[in-house]
Design a protein around this ligand. Structure first.
Ligand SMILES: Nc1ncnc2c1ncn2[C@@H]1O[C@H](COP(=O)(O)OP(=O)(O)O)[C@@H](O)[C@H]1O
Ligand SMILES: [Mg+2]
Length: 274
């Protein structure tokens, strides 16, 4: 098993720095070309260590772009992003970041256990240790018994759970998740939400989570951020002061429903449903 105790996973957990800091971020795709798109404008917010923060916003408002900036796959046109006080590329190469994309990106010619252990292999972790860690996370996402299956033998939801296990397996302190449950059926999605909260709490991770579901965002998060339509800006930052651990009963509470209503109003106001 990977060592994911608090303090075992590096700079992103130090109290002196926010886990993620966006400072006046602007992002323009194709600058100076006919296809120029201003995706983000003046985005500033912090995610604190071990906080669970969700982002809601209309399609095309720059949610995936924000995650790509944190992952160091993209550089901002203006402003700066830091992860635990260091630049994103540095954080990624030091293994502080785990990324789960909207659709699973698996190596088709490798079985489940080899896919889950892949990032550990890149880090030079010996085979036995790799397999042991991979097995632990395969069990955790409910895929025990499927270690030797190939990706094409799994449903879309199972493939997505493989990519979640892979992201968790090398013990990143910051987890970036881009609509990770979008392809799952409602029951599996619900179960994965509980599993994710267990993992988050136990391994003391910071999570930045993109979703289209207002209820999912409220259920999971400490803070929900609503972004406005393109160019994406921060429309609302709403702390979710429901107790933890979250249970099914939380969804029936007045406070839960009220959080959902406020967030939905903000979303709808922006796309002009009123
Ligand atoms: N690689 C790219 N090149 C040009 N435009 C892009 C690229 N990626 C995204 N965009 C544009 O930037 C905007 C924000 O995209 P994205 O971050 O994917 O939004 P979201 O994830 O919120 O749906 C959209 O208008 C999209 O068309
Ligand atoms: Mg997206």
């Amino acid at each position: 098993m990977t060592d994911a105790r608090p303090g075992a996973d590096g700079a992103a957990q130090t109290a002196a720095h926010p886990a993620i800091r966006f400072q006046n971020i602007g992002l323009v795709y194709g600058r100076g070309t006919a296809n120029e798109v201003e995706a983000l404008k003046d985005v500033s917010f912090d995610v604190r260590p071990q906080e669970f923060v969700s982002i809601l916003g209309p399609s095309g408002c720059g949610k995936s772009t924000l995650l790509r900036l944190v992952a160091g796959f993209l550089n901002p046109t203006s402003g700066s992003v830091s992860v635990g006080g260091v630049d994103p590329e540095n954080a990624r190469t030091n293994g502080l970041l785990g990324v789960v994309f909207q659709s699973p990106v698996l190596l088709q010619w490798r079985n489940v256990i080899e896919n889950v252990g892949f990032l550990l292999e890149l880090q030079g972790v010996p085979r036995r240790k790799r397999q042991e860690t991979a097995r632990h996370y395969i069990d955790l996402v409910g895929l025990g018994g499927f270690e030797r299956h190939m990706p094409h033998q799994l449903s879309g939801g199972m493939q997505q759970r493989v990519s979640i296990a892979r992201a968790l397996a090398f013990g990143p302190s910051v987890l970036l998740m881009d609509e990770p449950f979008g392809a799952l059926d409602a029951l599996t999605r619900d179960r994965m939400a509980f599993d994710l909260l267990d993992i988050w709490k136990r391994d003391k991770k910071t999570v930045l989570f993109v979703t289209h579901s207002v209820q999912e965002a409220v259920f999971l998060s400490d803070v929900v951020i609503v972004m406005t339509a393109r160019p994406g800006k921060v429309g609302l930052i709403r702390p979710i002061d429901l107790g933890r651990p979250r249970t099914k009963d939380h969804r029936l509470q007045m406070e839960f429903v009220e959080h959902c209503r406020v967030l939905l109003d903000e979303l709808e106001a922006d796309v002009g449903y009123h």
